[in-house]
Design a protein around this ligand. Sequence first.
Ligand code: ATP
Ligand code: MG
Length: 370
Amino acid sequence: QHVDRKTYRIAAIPGDGIGNEVMTEGLKVMRAAAARFDIDLDFVSFDWANCDYFLKTGSMMPANWKDLLTGFDSIYFGAVGWPDKVPDHISLWGSLLKFRREFDQYINLRPVRLFEGVPCPLAHKKPGDIDFIVVRENTEGEYTSLGGKMFEDTDREFVIQESIFSRIGTDRVLKFAFELAQSRARRRLTVATKSNGIAISMPYWDERAHAMGERFPEVAVDLQHIDILAARFVLQPDRFDVVVASNLFGDILSDLGPACAGTIGLAPSANLNPERLFPSLFEPVHGSAPDISGRNIANPIAMIWSGALMLNFFGETAGHQRKNFREAHDAVLLAIEQVLRNGPRTPDLGGAASTSDMGDAIARLVSDGD
Ligand code: ATP
Ligand code: MG
């Protein structure tokens, strides 16, 4: 049946704090899905890219980290950071941000969904009203270190901060977003812009979006200025299907989106190198949460959902979606839905269950298929 059968190699990097606790549950569910849907996964755990490793060795990762990760299909990442021990700029820049940059993970994906059983901070919203995905450009745009300060300490002092929108960098994120929109039922793409205020980069972004749109006639495209777009996330989230944005705008929207759909413990993310030249990275949006770490009460769903995104990504090759990978993804999402509806629930969702209770329940549903 699967002629080109392949074993997918996954580097499991738990990191700090609750990263370790949610990793255990994530692996449990991935293994259950792999067994049921006939997928071969090979996990290797790495005990670096965490703050204890930094305190022992003076760096977050071994010098040959890149070699150690070459040949892996993906990185399954818990969370990194322990501000009381190591400043965040060291722990983050020394690990996660190196992966993103060195592995050219130029797409940051964040699906946003409102589930039954999860209190929504927005009034009058039902499950189904919020179901969209934010595609953030992850490598260029507004986040550069180009610029500088002039006339320092005089009354003429000023700074300049440059943005970069390369044609390749802009087109590749737009193309990814159009393809994603095309593959979904609603086929709607919202392009975040601010060409009424930012005079050079955003009109260029719009121009590239229009050009890309011509290649995707079935996708309904809608350019919206970031200010009104952010307001609509809150007021009319049902308008959105796929939303694509530059690095800065995407950063903001990809926190606003999950915030509109409830607890941070649910939000997954994928950092993708779609060409598969390098490993992609799948991680929960939340951090290491030192305040609840070690107590077996963290919500493991963000980590588990991130694993489902990984399976889905493995299944998409050469423009073709393999059925069993899609089914594995959908089975994990269905199990998450059922557990959110019926319990067990961790304390952040108003329940009294442990991290492992919730992981066990999801893994069981994935294995049994209802
Ligand atoms: P980052 O590391 O991304 O900068 P942060 O350190 O600001 O994030 P988090 O570590 O995500 O923040 O924690 C923010 C709050 O959310 C904390 O009170 C934490 O306990 C809670 N929290 C985070 N993740 C979870 C989870 N999976 N389950 C329950 N509560 C969580
Ligand atoms: Mg943190």
